[in-house]
Write a protein that binds this ligand. Structure first.
Ligand code: FAD
Length: 333
């Protein structure tokens, strides 16, 4: 068996983060090509029962560091512990969620191990890579938009071990859980001194999400061509009529017209609804990165050459102010 793939598992003491389950799922796909196991590492005060579900998604071994000082995330101790687990178990690939936690510790770990790290990958593959007269087989190909989304780059770091990548929530598909699969939980020591904890977290206040686009089956999204208060009100009405949620392109969010939880795209949320209605959205690559896997896409745009029509299943050339009221009327009967 080859060296394993290691996934950094995030959780909030009650629930394993969706992104960690998605990374385990993606690791199962990569592991088939690499003929290796999938391992996880969890650092926690009390993660307990919910960890068993990691096995259902394909995690075979879980290194569990339990200590009451790990109740809240803290950069230095978390990075130290993950580094020591990597040194001890020698994985060939390490995956982190591109969350605030993953983005904080992954570069610290990469720097400590002198290895490469690619942030915000949108695709991972296993392939060969040649440099001069040397060929590296079974290398992690880390694929992500680069230069403001103008190119899609494949990044490799075959000469350093392990290859490390972060991936945003929603980008990788979840496996169907198989409840008969079990994970072996292995206790690991917490070799930290109190001086490793440079700060003390007294209280955590969580801001609840106003909208959960990831779970929405229908999304009606507002772009700059549908960003007046009148248009946003029409979009809300259409979403309500269809039982869907309201999404948005980034400039609509940047302009403060809708909250960040509504943003779809490369720097927003990746969604896979049954139906995505893009209203006044041009279809730039950074937006499409977040919605192109919707089962059905309807685009409404007054420019017949708008790029969004290239990926839309149904295109309506027209003014959103005319088209949306007609759709609402038609759906209400
Ligand atoms: C690093 C980086 C990350 C980014 N991340 C994201 C991201 O996560 N999500 C994202 O969305 N963008 C992102 N962007 C921005 C992205 O490049 C585009 O600028 C953005 O998606 C464009 O938004 P839009 O389609 O709403 O606006 P525009 O490009 O301005 O398009 C407006 C469209 O509305 C149409 N229109 C105008 N009036 C009407 C009308 N009355 N009726 C019908 N149609 C009309 C126009 O024909 C046009 O096609 C990112 C950019 C960078 C550089």
């Amino acid at each position: 068996m080859n060296a394993p793939i290691l996934v950094f598992i995030e959780h909030n003491n009650k629930k394993v983060a969706d992104v960690s389950l998605e990374l385990i799922s993606e690791a199962t796909r990569l592991a088939k090509k690499l003929n290796c196991e999938i391992h996880g590492v969890v650092l926690s005060h009390n993660a307990a029962e919910e960890l068993t579900q990691l096995g259902h998604y394909g995690c075979q071994k879980l290194y569990y560091v339990k200590d009451k000082r790990l109740n809240h995330f803290s950069s230095v101790p978390f990075a130290k512990l993950v580094t020591s687990i990597i040194k001890k178990h020698q994985p060939q690939i390490v995956l982190f969620g591109a969350t605030s936690t993953g983005r904080d510790i992954a570069p610290r770990v990469a720097s400590e191990l002198c290895c490469g790290l690619t942030a915000d990958c949108t695709k991972l593959e296993i392939g060969s890579h040649s440099i001069k007269d040397q060929t590296f087989d079974n290398t992690l190909l880390q694929i992500r938009p680069a230069f403001g989304g103008n190119i899609v780059a494949t990044i490799v770091s075959p000469e350093s071990n392990p290859s490390m990548a972060t991936v945003r929530e929603g980008v990788m598909k979840l496996n169907h859980p198989e409840t008969n699969k079990k994970v072996e939980i292995i206790s690991e020591p917490c070799d930290l001194s109190d001086s490793d904890f440079l700060s003390e977290i007294l209280e955590v206040i969580r801001e609840e999400k106003t909208v959960d686009l990831k779970q929405a089956r229908i999304i009606v999204a507002s772009g700059m061509g549908a960003s007046t208060p009148e248009c946003i009100s029409l979009i809300r009405q259409l979403a309500k009529t269809l039982g869907g949620e309201v999404g948005a392109s980034r400039p609509v969010v940047d302009a403060g017209l809708l909250g960040k939880d509504h943003q779809v795209g490369q720097t927003g949320i990746t969604v896979r609804p049954n139906l995505y209605i893009a209203c006044g959205i041009s279809g730039q690559i950074q937006h499409m990165a977040g919605m192109s896997e919707a089962k059905r896409i309807i685009a409404i745009n007054n420019d017949p050459d708008a790029p969004i029509f290239k990926i839309a299943n149904y295109g309506i050339v027209g003014d959103v102010k005319d088209v949306i009221p007609k759709m609402i009327k038609a759906y209400r009967g």
